[in-house]
Design a binder for this molecule. Sequence first.
Ligand SMILES: Nc1ncnc2c1ncn2[C@@H]1O[C@H](COP(=O)(O)OP(=O)(O)OP(=O)(O)O)[C@@H](O)[C@H]1O
Length: 789
Amino acid sequence: MTSLQSTLGEETGIADELAANQREISIAEFFEKNKHMLGFDSGARGLVTAVKEAVDNALDATEEAGILPDIYVEIEEVGNYYRLVVEDNGPGITREQIPKVFGKLLYGSRFHAREQSRGQQGIGISAAVLYSQLTSGKPAKITSRTQGADEAQYFELIIDTDTNEPEISSAETTSWDRPHGTRIELEMEANMRARGQLRDYIKHTAVVNPHARIELHEPNDSFKAERATDQLPAETEEIRPHPHGVELGTVIKMLGATDSHTLSGFLQEEFTRVGKKTARKVLDNFRNRHFGREMAWELPEPDEVESAVREATTNKAADAIEAFATGVAERVAQRERIAHHELEAFVAEVADEIAAEHGTFGQTARETAVGAAWSAIVEDREAECYRLVDAATSTRKDEATIEALSQRLAAKFDDDGRHRLSHSALTEYVDRAADMTQERDDVAVGETARENIVTEFWSVMKTVPDDVPLAREVANDRNTARDLVDAMRETDIIAPPTDCLAPITDELVEAGLRKEFDAEFYAAATRDAEVHGGDPFIVEAGIAYGGEISAEGSIDVMRFANRVPLVYQRGACATTDVVKSIGWRNYGLDQPGDTGLPNGPAVVMVHVASTNVPFTSESKDAIANVPAIEDEIELAIREAARELKSYLNKQRSIAKRRKKQDVLATILPEMATKVAEVTDREPPDIDAALARIMNNVQVSRVVENGSVVLAVENHSNTAEDLEITDIVSIEPNDLSAGTVIEMDGEWFVKWSPTVPGGETATLEYSVDEEATFDLDVSGVETAKLTVER
Ligand SMILES: Nc1ncnc2c1ncn2[C@@H]1O[C@H](COP(=O)(O)OP(=O)(O)OP(=O)(O)O)[C@@H](O)[C@H]1O
């Protein structure tokens, strides 16, 4: 049978033919064909995306310039097309930059900046221009006036898709009544079928940007969101990447580009939160990985080291040998354990120290001494291995097994080596020794025991002082760079600064929800910053429940990234995935099948703020499933959901109580009347009985001869903090604590007593004449309160 390959091989010239058709594709050409990737997949969606890109840019630009945003959006039908105008009062764009910003894809100011902004890629607005020219054939019309400029600049342009460069058809100076800002006018094939999404985008943008005034005029509707605060979001600072989570490729690129020669300099210069001390810790971890650690053995008797050095040193005067041998033994004796490099350093130190008096101890003499002392030190390594294995394994291991294991392990360390091992080589030693023991002695040495032995040995081994390679050397060696990245991740480094982020804050999340939803309960949570891929991020969540929110069907999830509402691709977003994965029954919401979006009158909002939000695509509709971010989304939602749970629990117990109280309130009077009839007595005080049965707080008043006594009886078993105000028609005297204020001929007597469970507080004052009273009690839920006015 002829193989396909051999057939192909016979056809000469195919590769040449293919080559003739192969050429570079410009990014503009690519996106012209793949406009769906940028959110321009239909006329309806294209319009929403174009508005979103222009408004996001307007918000970014005004905020960056410290200007309160005034944004005007107009959509108008012109013949077969729609005309979109977006105007802002931002700092404007310079004459030189306008063509590039609007006429070149992948041109922007934010791609390389580690700072929270809505724009990230430098594609958005030029993609809108591309979509407009593609569907209407009309150029984009841009007017921009920079702060302080007398005149505005006006451009008409399209993108040359072959070259991804602007093609300007008109460039002139013009007058404009705005003192500064930018106006974009685009015509495009579109329709208003996505009116709902458009309104959602503008409304939700207003919710999370309360400092912005945004006006939308479209053919059938107008909407204006007024500014709710004059407070601009906290100014953000650009930061360098954090060492946790930076990818290997990025680190290699950074190593190639850095001005620092040393690794320590590189770490301190290029990363945030790395000072001298942290750099040293990272480099120690790097040494452990790159060079391995050296085994440090317990010391034998000091005179064994001394005699070993003495015997090994020849060709020197007796007193020189004596000084050398005792010097080394003294140094060594200061340590409990010693590694080969430490011994080398001690021998060198002593040799240098005695050189003036006893002459030079050259390299050979030093090496001989190190060799002899090391032999004495490692002599007893089997016993030492026994101690370490014994400490690392459970008491169930019998002595013979420990003995066998430690003998085999000790045998791996040779007589004269310096016993330097990487963590993986050590693991291999332990595994081999354990396997042999299993095989030969027929005992099990499990995973945990092996890991514990490795940990025990690794913890006594010492980091070596070898010089680390230079930054440029690491850049050229992928394995070494890998060691560096691992060391960076392993080192404890404080979280990145968060001044590069501008979270909405939990108060404003709640305020935003209140503004948008007429609910009965609100909760919000803002988490601390975390890191992904070297970029810090903060997750916030909010929940609105009940009230006017529709109870029909599943709850609404509002998603935001860097204060931008995400209106498309709900099903592809990490936020939705996390909401679905939470067991909502636990928090009091109905969730059929215990998974998926819960049902009920609730709205959940989630905001992810980051210097680099990982979107699933260039159209920035959905957040990718990055585990670190998903974890934080879950924790933020759970934090807010816990508050919802305790609110709902309380509501349920209040409802139960109310029901019981209602039943008692009908039965008790009937019983009282019956009992009074039978016993021929006055009917008892029903309120007091009800308060006692219901464990309520009861406030009652007795007025006698001008003295007013309010009794606060707490029938519950917990202390209650109350606010009690009695409004009196004449001036009160002789107050028992409390305060009194006169207002328009009425006196407000106020107490704030704390009444322990089961006790009664008495509040008193007196009045000279007949008076009227009006009692107000707060601090206890109405259902738990009985007031006799
Ligand atoms: N209204 C504006 N006022 C001032 N500068 C603007 C305005 N619109 C855009 N720019 C500048 O033009 C650049 C490019 O904008 P573009 O929308 O193409 O990308 P981006 O916003 O940086 O990122 P993304 O592609 O993620 O939206 C911005 O980074 C900003 O510097």
